[in-house]
Design a protein around this ligand. Structure first.
Ligand SMILES: Cc1ncc(COP(=O)(O)O)c(C=O)c1O
Length: 405
């Protein structure tokens, strides 16, 4: 089926649904706000997922549920079909959310193994909630800043290796949010070599793996590139239907790993009281992974079109900004410092245009004046929001709207 056969155009209002993106974060700017912020898509999910949730809802009785082999098998089959990697379904652990898996590692598993707080290395700009759970666990966090984040972001391997000599865990995102890089085989091999040399556990967060574009390198799971690290239990490969199918609120993720760490994850999950999945999580995830390939193919085309159109518009509206041409994800990362040297400028442009973007400093202290745009929404309102926001940025720069410092 092609994109035209699925609906990526109809407006979808999520106001008054207890939405974090709209009812909490966008509401202070007023009901006319357009949110290009949180990484939820503004499309309805795949037909098979809606049907599974409707069938489950119609039962009218929502007791405790459990994770059975069909979930693990569907998760493994998806990896095989979509990413050419064939994990054993028995090497799959359910977690509601990937962030809870990170929490299990830094609060429980690593301190239990080592007798001291976890030492974590990550690449910035970074998805912030992971770092927050590390901070709450008393873990030390060493951030290695990516180079050239708005062109083709690069890893400073010397700095990474130096940081890895002092670490237990490398929090790795592939494809990378917000730069949109899909790491190449060569880069994955270098990361593996460093991890091998310094005996590091790698959490590979591949939540955006289903969004790749034709302009870049193909997505390859790290576990497929480094089967030795995989076999030794030194890779936690985190997958989830939540971004691909816009079902983050249902909370289902599948963590693949080998050996002893599986038991450690299962135990930590119980210690954290995460005994059962949400009633809708398992049927939705299975329907997503088993019956929605064509919808995802069409979605990828739609995202590609949206990214191209948004980049073209930004090139016209904000010619001095630097904008990524992402290989993966549905996100654009923009260096807008010529227009918004401070966070206050950016915030003022959001308020004045009633368009919410994610400010760069949420991804690391050195990214004031950057912002992230989520392009996964119907094209017309997306372009309208980008146009309004860009023009507001220019008015702020020209002093026609004052940033309140
Ligand atoms: C890179 C990345 N990892 C993880 C998450 C969240 O995953 P979860 O809700 O399963 O914790 C997000 C959400 O935006 C993300 O962008």
């Amino acid at each position: 089926m092609t994109e035209a056969e699925f609906d990526f155009h109809s407006p979808l209002s999520r106001w008054d649904t207890h939405s974090a993106k709209w009812d909490l974060l966008a509401a202070p700017l007023g009901r006319k706000t357009l949110a290009l912020s949180v990484a939820d898509m503004e499309f309805r999910t795949a037909p098979a997922v809606i049907e599974a949730v409707e069938t489950a809802a119609k039962l009218g009785s929502y007791g405790y549920t459990e994770v059975f082999d069909d979930f693990r098998q569907s998760a493994a089959n998806w990896q095989h079909r979509r990413h050419g990697w064939t994990p054993d379904p028995h090497d799959c652990v359910f977690f509601p959310r990937i962030v809870q898996c990170v929490a299990a590692l830094v609060h429980l598993i690593i301190p239990h193994r080592t007798g001291r707080p976890a030492r974590v290395v990550t690449l910035t700009p970074a998805y912030h909630p992971f770092l927050e759970v590390c901070e709450y666990a008393g873990a030390s966090i060493e951030s290695v800043e990516l180079l050239d984040t708005t062109s083709k972001a690069r890893i400073d391997f010397e700095a990474l290796e130096s940081a890895m000599t002092r670490a237990d865990l490398f929090l790795f995102t592939h494809p990378h949010n917000p730069s949109g890089r899909v790491w190449s085989q060569k880069e994955l091999e270098k990361i593996s070599a460093i991890a091998r040399a310094h005996d590091i556990l790698i959490l590979s967060d591949d939540i955006h793996a289903d969004f790749t574009r034709s302009n870049g390198v193909p997505y390859l799971p790290l576990a497929r590139i480094s089967p030795d690290l995989w076999q030794e239990g030194r890779i936690l490969h985190c997958t989830s239907p939540s971004k691909t199918f816009t079902i983050a609120g249902l909370e289902a993720s599948a963590i693949f790993a080998r050996g002893q760490i599986i038991d450690e994850l299962e135990k930590a999950k119980r210690q954290l009281g995460l005994h059962n999945p949400n009633y809708f999580a398992i049927p939705a995830a299975i329907a997503a992974w088993n019956y929605s390939d064509q919808w995802v193919d069409a979605l990828q085309d739609r995202i590609d079109t949206n990214i191209r159109a948004t980049r073209d518009l930004l090139a016209t509206e904000l010619p001095e900004a630097h904008v990524t041409d992402p290989e993966g994800t549905y996100l654009l990362w923009v260096d807008a410092r010529p227009y918004a040297p401070t966070a206050a400028h950016l915030e003022q442009a959001c308020r004045s245009s009633r368009v919410l973007v994610t400010p760069g400093q949420e991804f690391g202290t050195n990214f004031e004046g950057f912002f992230r745009i989520n392009t996964a929404m119907p094209l017309d309102p997306l372009l309208q929001a980008v146009r309004h926001f860009s023009r507001a940025l220019i008015r702020v720069r020209n002093g026609r709207i004052h940033a309140s410092f």
